[in-house]
Design a protein around this ligand. Structure first.
Ligand code: PEP
Ligand code: MN
Length: 265
């Protein structure tokens, strides 16, 4: 079943490659959110990401500020005129994010594995017109990824995108999550109109890998990048090793060699 899609049509954002979404793994404090968002704005980024409900592998880590952080995202939108994006994993998350005017929602990799969870998020989205991005499930199962996109689409969300964040595996490797590039490439073959973002932060797991992963994603013709960026990465409350400063992100984006693939055919 082909998805019934419309362009993402993000207000105020030029649809040029790479569409850039950046911000901290987690919204930690209002000050950290505003400092990071200001620096990202100065660096030319107009779409701000921050997790407020954090699915942690083991208990005991920072699990996000929840609803308390939503006014901070609203401040980013109102004061900096940036679009905001956050992860939703339950119907309650969807309703709270919509109440506070979050501009873009995404479904995380740990939620995308569970059709019941995806369906309840999709049901909560019924009747809304908001862009939704769906990360690949942690396991390398393209049908499960496509199925999650279909569930959201069948709820009436037509401004959809997919995020490639790599796949979980057991053995040690340089990557935190194996890229298995053929999987997003196959998804794009199945759904050519579906915007595809790469999340080099969760694939690489370390700062040094962000630039080469971004370049690889661009070489494959991906549409956008979603990158974790923090005003003080070393002291981040989650995913410290993989976050870059807004200035470092700017340098990475400026260094990318973007070839227009359709023009070369
Ligand atoms: C995140 O984007 O911070 C996150 C939790 O990612 P993932 O769902 O890819 O693990
Ligand atoms: Mn993260």
């Amino acid at each position: 079943m082909a998805l019934d899609l419309q362009p993402l049509n993000l207000p105020g954002i030029d649809p040029v490659r790479p569409l850039l979404i950046a911000g901290p793994c987690s919204a930690e404090t209002e000050e950290q959110v505003m400092t990071t968002a200001n620096a990202l704005h100065d660096a030319g980024c107009r779409i701000f990401r921050a997790g407020i409900w954090k699915p942690r592998t083991r208990p005991g880590g920072f699990e996000g500020n929840g609803i308390a952080a939503l006014p901070w995202l609203r401040r980013v939108h109102e004061e900096l005129d940036m679009l905001t994006a956050t992860e939703v994993a339950t119907a309650d998350h969807v309703r709270a994010a919509l109440d506070y005017g979050v501009d873009i929602l995404w479904i995380g990799a740990r939620t995308a594995v569970d059709p019941f969870a995806v369906q309840s998020v999709a049901n909560a989205l019924e009747g809304e017109d908001i862009p939704v991005l769906v990360k690949n499930p942690v396991n390398p199962e393209i049908d499960l990824w496509q199925g999650a996109l279909e569930r959201v689409n069948m709820a009436g969300i037509r401004r959809l995108g997919a995020i490639h964040r790599g796949f979980s595996y057991y053995e040690r490797n340089i990557y935190r999550n194996l890229p298995m590039w053929h999987i997003p490439v196959e998804l794009k073959k199945r759904e050519p109109e579906l915007p595809l973002f790469c999340d080099p932060s969760h694939i690489g797991g370390k700062r040094e890998l962000i630039a080469p992963l971004c370049q690889h994603a661009m070489d494959l013709g991906m549409d956008g990048l979603i990158v974790e960026s923090h005003c003080n990465p070393e002291s981040a409350w989650s995913d410290a090793a993989q976050q870059v400063t807004p200035a470092a992100l700017r340098a990475i984006v400026d260094s990318l060699d973007i070839v227009n693939l359709s023009g070369s055919e």
